[in-house]
Design a protein around this ligand. Structure first.
Ligand code: F6R
Length: 608
């Protein structure tokens, strides 16, 4: 989604603004722009496409000035053209915006009737137009900002500069995150702490309804009624993370290979390996007594939640209601206030997940957040935070966050099982043993499967459609495999419960349709093999992902068999994530797509 940065500096800011935008590239965007004030004049450079295009323009015609705002745009209203790229200028006002102004057409009609002429198709331009009108009507900068904020509705993070004030940036937040960074005689603004990490690690986050006036020496923050408010300064961890690709071609590849290490780190904070038990979950959610659990999330995080449902129900006998957040929030689910709710989100900012969280809070449920970004809104609005400790995930396609989410959910489900007396101490020890083996097994898999996967990816790259099948926890994994493949290779892919095959999708099977069957030799194996027979009988090409026992037991001819180590059912979702991630990755590499920033996708989806 869109990224925002701003600097009120002591030296030229344009290059630094673009460097900060680079750190927000991972969020996904399709145009970019920067504006500064120099010599009492606002000026800007904007470009379609990647930041290199903007850099080229800046190299041709540099942009001086020690104050500026910049933006990467992920188009919502209006095509990703240069004209629609931010910053938007109207009569000495420059605006960048992340989010959607919901009442924009009403305000646009009103302003147009008053003579305003719009230069873009964006919702954002009404902010600049409204501010310009308020200034023409005689309001001072702050008053105009406050009045504008009272008028607009929807989701926004905004940064504004006024040509007649080269020492102030104004900012506002309602929805998408915005952080103020404190420097030495300089101040910064950014969509997240990662963007600001080269400049400062001292951050304060605006909360919904806040707006701020930021000068070189500090910031004044106000609530929507105009009352001054204080937001705590915190030291961000973002700077301590290395945000580079190391020896890898893409962030996604790096993040896939990092999984054994980050999972070890995540597990270490949930599992007492010496004692062979999960550390007790202290705090407001008491799994021993809750009658049920609601889980909601989007995309890959939702699929992690779906695996979690199998675990909570199996190990803790805890009924789980789960849905994608965009449906969950509007379904008017009758929720039991004694239940708990878990929200899973890498970014911690996903608009629909946050709205579902607020829905559950209204209903009186205790809220838990399984998040990667600990300073995020979802974390801050939760009663209990379960960090997944994956470190920054830059590739738009989620990989290490998914397996870390799974690791945390597995730990919580076991802990809930112990608290509810549905698993014994000995069973817990055994499950913990399997968790403890996981990073080592993952390393082994990563070191061995690449050649087979690369070979297979060459074949997949020629296909138009791919079907993934699985049962039990391999069913959400089949959906995750399909999601990964479609989002980075643009090949159409679907994930199905293997048992559903004959209820429709079997009609698709022919000699051109690869069917990837995820089937460890578990209690579902025989049934999944029967479904594979149905595929084989119709000439379908099978890619079989199984373990050594499964490979030995199946006599079916396959296009390829990827043989994984024999592991306990608990950890198969994490282990089998590796081949499906690598398969999607190498297929996309063969096809030459933009693996880390696939078209149309955003990393942090802060609009509905
Ligand atoms: C897919 C992917 C997305 C996210 C989804 C939720 O690879 O990354 O489907 O999982 O947009 O994002 P978060 O986890 O930030 O709430």
């Amino acid at each position: 989604m869109c990224g925002i940065v701003g600097i009120v500096g002591r030296e030229a800011v344009a290059t630094r603004l673009v460097d900060a935008l680079k750190r927000l590239e991972y969020r996904g965007y399709d145009s970019a722009g920067v504006a500064t004030i120099d010599g009492g004049r606002l000026d800007r450079r904007r470009a379609e496409g990647k930041l290199v295009n903007l850099e080229r323009k800046l190299a041709e015609t540099p942009l001086p000035g020690t104050i500026g705002i910049a933006h990467t745009r992920w188009a919502t209203h209006g095509a990703p053209t240069e004209a629609n790229a931010h910053p938007h200028f109207v009569d000495g006002v420059a605006v960048v915006h992340n989010g959607i102004i919901e009442n924009f057409s009403e305000i646009k009609d009103e302003l147009t009737a008053g003579g305003a002429v719009f230069a873009t198709q964006t919702d954002t331009e009404i902010v600049a137009q409204l501010l310009a009108k308020l200034r023409r009507d005689g309001f001072g900068r702050r008053e105009a900002m406050h009045k504008m904020l009272k008028r607009v509705t929807g989701a926004y993070a905004l940064a504004v500069i006024f040509e007649d004030d080269p020492s102030t940036i104004m900012a506002a937040r309602s929805g998408p995150p915005l952080a103020i960074g404190y420097g030495d005689g300089e101040m910064f603004l950014g969509s997240d702490a990662i963007a600001l990490s080269p400049f400062t690690n001292e951050i304060s986050y605006l909360i919904d309804g806040d707006w701020a006036v930021i000068g070189r020496d500090g910031a004044h923050i106000f609530d929507l009624d105009g009352n001054p408010v204080e937001r705590p300064r915190q030291v961000s961890q973002a700077a301590s993370y290395m945000i580079d690709k190391g020896n890898h071609r893409h962030f996604m590849e790096k993040e896939i290979y990092e999984q054994p290490e980050v999972i070890s780190r995540a597990l270490a904070s949930y599992v007492d390996f010496l004692a062979g038990r999960i550390r007790p979950v202290a705090g407001p959610i008491d799994f021993a007594v809750v009658p049920g659990l609601a889980i909601s999330a989007c995309g890959t995080a939702y699929l992690a939640g779906l695996v979690g449902k199998y675990w909570f129900e199996r190990y803790a006998r805890l009924p789980v209601e789960i849905d994608v957040a965009s449906e969950f929030r509007y379904r008017e689910i009758p929720l039991n206030p004694a239940s708990a709710a878990l929200f899973i989100s890498q970014s911690g900012e996903t608009a629909d997940t946050l709205a579902s969280l607020r829905y559950c809070r209204e209903a009186g449920l205790k809220i838990g957040a399984v998040v990667n970004v600990r300073e995020s809104t979802i974390a801050r609005e939760s009663d209990a935070v379960f960090p997944i400790l994956a470190g920054p995930e830059i590739g738009v396609a989620s990989t290490k966050a998914f397996t870390c989410q799974l690791s945390v959910l597995a730990s919580l489900a076991i802990s809930a099982g112990r608290a509810r007396g549905t698993i014994s101490e000995a069973e817990e020890k055994e499950l913990v043993r399997h968790l403890s083996e996981m990073p080592r097994i993952m390393s082994r898999v990563l070191n061995t499967i690449q050649p087979t996967i690369e070979q297979l990816a060459r074949e997949l790259a020629k296909c138009r459609d791919v079907l993934y099948l699985g049962r039990g926890t391999s069913y959400p994994l089949a959906m995750e495999g399909a999601l990964k493949l479609k989002e980075i290779s643009y090949i159409h892919a679907e994930g199905y419960a293997a048992g559903e095959l004959k209820h429709g999708p079997i009609a698709l099977i022919d000699e051109n349709m690869p069917v990837i069957v995820i089937a460890p030799h578990d209690r579902f194996f025989e049934k999944t093999v029967s479904n594979m027979q149905e595929v084989a009988a119709r000439g379908g090409r099978i890619i079989f992902i199984t373990d050594t026992r499964g490979a030995a037991a199946s006599k079916l001819a396959t296009m390829a068999t990827i043989v994984m180590p024999d592991v306990d059912e608990l950890i198969t979702p994490m282990i089998y994530s590796l081949p499906i991630q690598l398969l999607a990755y190498h297929t996309a590499v063969f096809m030459g797509t933009d693996v880390d920033q696939p078209r149309n996708l955003a990393k942090s989806v802060t609009v509905e």
